[in-house]
Design a binder for this molecule. Structure first.
Ligand code: FES
Ligand code: FES
Length: 172
């Protein structure tokens, strides 16, 4: 099939590019749009390092054919900070030493963003469930869970409104 023009809204900005049908969202983000926070790990949907939010739901971008999400909203780690300021999840990962090599970090943070957007006060079990599709090769799960719980507390104290509906993840 011939290449086609595909449009997405990426981190709030309309983006347009040419893609062959079947090209993954991960390839487009990394190679066409220069957004390299989402990482290519297994490329089979089982490690979560490529996780981004599609319409506010976690999606493993390595499994998503980009034409299937044409005109949808995609959020990546690059769109999380605003005006150069880390958000609560990012700063909590830093303060709680939740990153070692960092390969899993973008995916973990995007999953946490989706969780806290739908549940401002998750239990530890909720957090563990939310990150269950994300592999940390450095096995630093404990500080990651602590960081996400701490981020939830920071958001509540800052009065950040949850705003997005709870929905099932796509391609996970
Ligand atoms: S790269 Fe492992 S799930 Fe996508
Ligand atoms: S920090 Fe190295 S893979 Fe998680």
């Amino acid at each position: 099939m011939p290449s086609q023009i595909v449009s997405l809204v990426v981190n709030g900005e309309p983006r347009e590019f040419i893609a062959r049908p079947g090209t993954t969202l991960l390839t487009i983000l990394r190679e066409s749009l220069g957004l390299t926070a989402a990482k290519r790990g297994c490329a089979q949907g089982s490690c979560g390092t490529c996780t981004v939010l599609v319409d506010d739901r976690p999606a493993t971008a390595c499994l998503v054919a980009v034409e299937t999400v044409a005109d949808h909203s995609v959020r990546t780690l690059e769109g999380v900070a605003s005006d150069g300021n880390l958000d609560e999840v990012q700063s909590s990962f830093v303060d709680n030493f939740a990153t070692q090599c960092g390969f899993c970090t973008a995916g973990m943070i995007m999953v946490a963003e989706a969780l806290l957007d739908r549940d401002p006060d998750p239990s530890e079990e909720d957090v563990i469930e939310a990150i269950s599709g994300n592999v940390c090769r450095c096995t630093g799960y404990r500080p990651i869970v602590i960081a996400i719980l701490d981020a939830a507390r920071r958001r509540r104290e800052a009065g950040v409104e949850p705003g997005r509906p709870a929905e099932e993840a796509v391609s996970r």
